[in-house]
Write a protein that binds this ligand. Structure first.
Ligand SMILES: [Zn+2]
Length: 312
């Protein structure tokens, strides 16, 4: 995999829909970007366009989703579109958005992945740089945590455990490749529980949630007409979320991530911990690619999102 070229998309593509938490309609456009650009959100603020790098240094505290913000604007529920880009190997892209939340679409990353493939994936003139893990990093505890270990190739092993007859304990192993992502991860939908819906709305969350964009489990089954896309769809969605959150590192990682009953809060803590522990990794690839700027990260996580049990 070393020496692989950076990639962008060939043309601009757009999609619109309702945000899961805000309930607001928004339009998102993905556009090509130059080498070493990374993934950058853009939004028109008054008469000019502001930008926000999809980076851990721009992480904003938010319950149940991952939000980034800078230059006077904030984008929430970034994880599914970022997962589609990162999962399909897109290093560089602009994401233009006209509201504060990425549309939920069907609750998975598949609509974004399909658009990216329709737009075309374009190899660029510069090779990718990788961050290779050489020492383990652990976050959390035995019941609920996330680790990254040295590995010759990128890999994710995720385990969840819910006391529900359609979930129970599920473990999924994802070998990192665009083909694997498209076939086995991208289509897995967000899930939640009917008894939590009212409490969520009372906290101003989940306003755009519906059976069209969320699997809703009841005490004994599920409310959606569409059955589960995979028997272990829930754990696959957690892998999807992790890939999106991991993109905030801004560089491809070579390591084995092991998640256990984790969530966005721990995912982003792991990203921060990687950057905080430079002895645990080495950079592999062209020397001219800037290493993530550690100095910029000091002010990044003053207030972390509150851990929550719900699965959005
Ligand atoms: Zn999700």
């Amino acid at each position: 995999m070393f020496g692989q070229l950076q990639q962008t998309i060939e043309q601009t593509i757009s999609v619109s829909g309702v945000g899961l938490h805000s309930g607001r309609f928004s339009k998102v456009s993905l556009s090509p970007a130059p080498v070493d650009n990374g993934i950058v959100f853009r939004r028109k603020v008054n008469s000019h366009v502001e930008t926000c790098q999809a980076s851990i240094r721009n992480l904003r505290p938010m319950e149940l989703c991952t939000a980034v913000g800078s230059n006077g604007f904030q984008i929430q529920t970034t994880e599914h579109v970022l997962s589609a880009l990162w999962g399909l190997g897109i290093d560089n892209a602009f994401i233009d958005i006209d509201s504060e939340e990425v549309p939920a679409m069907d609750g998975s990353a598949a609509p974004f992945a399909k658009l990216i493939q329709l737009a075309g994936i374009l190899p660029q003139e510069r090779p990718r740089t990788y961050l290779k893990i050489v020492e383990p990093i652990h976050i959390g505890d035995d019941n609920r945590g996330i680790s990254i270990l040295p590995s010759p190739f990128p890999k994710i092993t995720y385990t969840i455990n819910y006391d529900h007859q359609l979930i129970q304990q599920q473990t999924y192993e994802h070998e990192w490749s665009a083909v694997e992502f498209e076939a086995n991860i991208a289509h897995a939908r967000t899930f939640g529980f009917s008894h939590e819906a009212e409490a969520l709305r009372a906290r101003g969350l989940g306003k755009g949630g519906s059976l069209d964009n969320t699997i809703v489990f009841t005490e004994t089954g599920m409310m959606n007409e569409e059955t589960l896309r995979f028997p272990d769809e829930c754990v696959r969605h957690k892998v999807l979320d992790l890939i999106g959150d991991l993109s905030l590192l801004g560089i491809n990682v070579i390591g084995h991530i092991i998640g256990k009953c984790s969530g966005h809060h721990l995912h982003t803590q792991l990203v921060q911990a990687i950057l905080d522990n430079p002895e645990a990794w080495t950079i592999v690839g062209p020397a001219e690619k800037p290493v993530p700027d550690l100095a910029d990260l000091e002010d990044s996580l003053h207030a972390m999102p509150v851990p929550a049990n719900a699965a959005f």
